[in-house]
Write a protein that binds this ligand. Structure first.
Ligand SMILES: [Zn+2]
Length: 168
């Protein structure tokens, strides 16, 4: 049996990051320019899941979620079980994309807004993506701490206002 290279996970991660960040930065700017501000109830949900600046969030409805055109990202996604084709929402900084199929789905919106709170905690989009991709590389998509945390905020449950996202 061949030994598994120690840095097997870090290879696709390091390769995926530059193109993924460039893609995310472009998409972020485009959604911030075209998206709509949160409505009153959406802003209330944003505050409830820990977003500090709900006024900065913009939502864009899209037919399908865009994906980075980077083979290294696809490798990482495949290895970690990150299925963007099967996802209905995405948050890149204050830019939130929601698929038409998830229109009005409050759980999807709250999940993505929690990713916005995580981004605020990280400080910038690069650090958020670094942490996010490292987490899915290490734990797999489903068990990545940011995903577990976002799922925990989908319903209106027992969280307190002081609840802060996990540290990157
Ligand atoms: Zn998520």
């Amino acid at each position: 049996m061949n030994p598994v290279p120690e840095n097997q996970q870090s290879i696709p991660l390091a390769q995926a990051m530059p193109a993924t960040l460039a893609w995310a930065t472009r998409l972020n700017a485009s959604v911030l320019a075209q998206g709509k501000p949160l409505s009153a109830w959406q802003a209330a949900d944003a505050v409830e899941v820990g977003v500090r600046q709900p006024d900065a969030v913009r939502i864009l409805r899209v037919p399908v979620l865009p994906q980075p055109d980077c083979p290294h990202f696809r490798n990482l996604a495949t290895q970690s079980g990150f299925d963007l084709d099967g996802s209905t929402g995405m948050a890149l900084g204050y830019a939130v994309l929601i698929c038409h199929s998830a229109l009005g789905d409050r759980k999807v919106l709250r999940h993505e807004l929690r990713h916005v709170a995580q981004f605020e905690q990280c400080g910038d989009l690069g650090r958020f993506l670094d942490s996010y991709l490292a987490q899915i590389a290490q734990h797999g998509y489903r068990d990545a701490p940011f995903e577990v945390d976002a799922r925990r905020h989908e319903g209106r449950l027992t969280m307190s206002r002081s609840d802060t996202p996990p540290s990157p």
